[in-house]
Structures are given as C-alpha cells and as structure tokens.
Design a binder for this molecule. Structure first.
Ligand code: SAM
Length: 326
C-alpha cells in the first residue's frame, strides 16, 4: 500500500492520537478554568484505538503519539500503550504529558512499550510554574524528568511555551539545565486558539527573539533530517542537551507537516487549525472495516490545505489545544 500522502507532496508517517479531553492542569493559554465534561459521545475505547492504529499503521504510519487533554488520566493507559506498541508496523510509541504522574508510573508505561516522551514544563521556577499551570507539583515533575533521563528512552523532550512577561527571561536558566542533561528542550511560540485571544494578546512573543540569543551564545542550527517535525534544533559542543524552537507562524511550518490528528472522540483533523473534522468512529466498529477506513482517510487527505490560516487570525475549529491533542 502506498504511504498516506497529500497533493502538496507531503507524506504522513506520524499520528497524534488524543486519548481524552480531560486535563488536571489549568494553563492560562489552554484551559484557564480547568476542564469541564461535555455530553455527547465518549472517548475512543481500547478496541476502537486498536482498530484505528492498526489501520493507520497498515497505511504506513509508524510513529504514534498519545496525547490529550492529559493522556495519563486514562485508567487504561498502560493497556493502550501495550496495544499500540504491539501493532505491526509501529516503531515508535510516544506520549506528551504534563508529567504529574511521571515519577510514579514511568516504569509501567515503559514496560508496556513506551519509547519516547515529551514532558511539558513552562518554567524552571516553581512559583512561575504554579502561576502558569495552576498546579504546584513542580518538584515532582523535575523528579520525574530525572527518572525519565535515567530510564534510557529513545527520545526525551521537554516542551515550554514562550510567554511574554511570564517566562521570557529564562533562556540562561534553561541553557544551564541542558549543560549536563542529554535531552531536547522545545520552546513553542504561543498559538492563538478560539478561546485564548486575550491571553495571546498579552503573552505572545515571537520565538525569533530567542533564536538570536542562541546564535549569539554560540549555538548552531542542526541540519534538518528527513521526516523531522517542525522544530528548528540548535546544538552547542559544550552542552549535552539541545534546544528546539517551534514557530507555528514561521514560513516553513506547514511545508514540513508530517502528521495527522485524531481527537479523543475519533474525529480526523487534517490540520491543528483546520475548519473541519470528520468522525472515523463509524468505521471503527469491526475489524473488517480496515480497508474502508484507510480509503476514507486517503480521500480526505486529498483535500488537506497547503497551510493553516493562523496569520490571518483564523484559528479554525480549535477552541484550545486540549480539545484536539496538542
Ligand atoms: N496535557 C499534555 C501536556 O501538558 O503536555 C498534552 C496536551 S497539551 C495540549 C500539549 C502541548 O501543547 C503542551 O506542551 C502545551 O503547553 C502546548 N500548548 C497548549 N496550548 C498551546 C497554545 N495555545 N500554544 C502553544 N502551545 C500550546
């Protein structure tokens, strides 16, 4: 079977699968009032996830990222990881988490087949972290990251959203942090979503600012490897870790798009900021629907736009990233 591709020459080896919309953090730019349950269909079951991942892997996808909401809030998370890891064709099982449960559960997730981890941590300062996320488990989070470093995962990355006036003076502290730690810290430029207009206006800052500071400090841009995501990765010979910059408003951001998203309720989203989603759930009810499912995804991919319209202020369907799987 030919790999999933669109008419702009992009191929899609990478699925970001949201397991839940629920989150236990209250990040000011995402869910400032916390998550509130809505009615309607529940989240995908383990069986639906098995069929979905089986079909996408049969169509050539080999990297699956579990995200949310907060994926670790799913009680059946370990079974989900094991199911995804056992799917023929899947080579990397990654997860993005706020890390609150990391120190306690990482050995279990890793034993089930987790190979890569992204942990979100917007500040190295406990008080700022509480202010940004509404959560005060900063110490446990740092402890969990140390354990993840020792656990020998294939990939360990930290995500921090750059926020004007809240954490935009922390580059020196982060450089100090990666001096001896072999991980990648990714700074993400704040994206405007349907719900966060005020926060965006107050705290959005172009990531280019930090790029200049990195260059001045002797950091150099690594050549892009084929199939890599949108981050611009910087390295320095005297540091064990690397620094990645993610600029969703940058010119090349969409040209390197290699991922599709499926929401916790089973909607395919062709773009983080797309205008529509299509439910795949009716095609996840029996094993013999696989071909029909792949056919439907290929058909929808043909309509994937070349670029999002964030520059024009169009945020699409996404009220906040917890609703789609950031
Ligand atoms: N709960 C998990 C976590 O905290 O990593 C996974 C979901 S969260 C939506 C995924 C990532 O998206 C986090 O690193 C978060 O900081 C980031 N994020 C959420 N809203 C964002 C926004 N408006 N702009 C940029 N990044 C955002």
């Amino acid at each position: 079977m030919s790999p999933l591709a669109d008419r702009h020459g992009r191929t899609f080896p990478y699925l970001r699968l949201s397991l839940t919309e629920a989150c236990n953090f209250r990040c000011g730019y995402c869910l400032p009032d916390g998550w509130r349950a809505e009615g309607g269909a529940g989240f995908l079951t383990l069986e639906e996830i098995r069929r979905l991942v089986g079909a996408f892997a049969a169509a050539g996808m080999w990297k699956i990222r579990l995200t949310g909401g907060e994926p670790t809030l799913r009680r059946d998370l370990t079974d989900i990881i094991a199911t995804v890891a056992a799917t023929p064709g899947v080579r990397r099982v990654a997860m993005t988490t706020n890390g609150a449960l990391l120190a306690r559960h990482l050995p279990r997730w890793q034993a089930a087949g987790l190979t890569a981890l992204n942990v979100s941590i917007d500040s190295l300062d406990a008080g700022r972290f509480r202010r940004i996320t509404g959560h005060d488990r900063h110490g446990e989070l740092l402890e969990g990251i140390e354990r993840a470093l020792a656990a020998g995962l294939e990939s360990l990355k930290l995500n921090a959203v750059l926020l004007r006036g809240l954490n935009d003076d922390e580059l020196p502290a982060w450089l100090d942090y990666v001096r001896t730690r072999a991980l990648s810290v990714r700074f993400i430029e704040l994206m405007r979503t349907g719900d966060n207009g005020d926060c965006f206006d107050r705290h959005h800052l172009r990531i280019d600012l930090w790029e200049e500071q990195l260059r001045e400090a002797g950091w150099t841009l690594r050549p892009r490897v084929p199939g890599a995501g949108p981050a611009r990765e910087y390295a320095h010979p005297e540091y064990a870790g690397t620094i990645g910059l993610i600029a969703p408003y940058g010119r090349d951001f969409c040209a390197g798009c290699n991922r599709l998203r499926v929401t916790a309720r089973g909607e395919l989203r062709l773009c983080l900021f797309g205008e529509f989603g299509v439910s795949l759930r009716p095609l996840l009810q029996a094993d013999d629907q696989r071909e029909a499912l792949i056919g439907r995804v290929q058909e929808l991919l043909a309509g994937k736009a070349a670029s999002h319209a964030l520059h024009a202020g169009r945020t699409g369907l996404t009220p906040h990233l917890a609703s789609i799987g950031g």
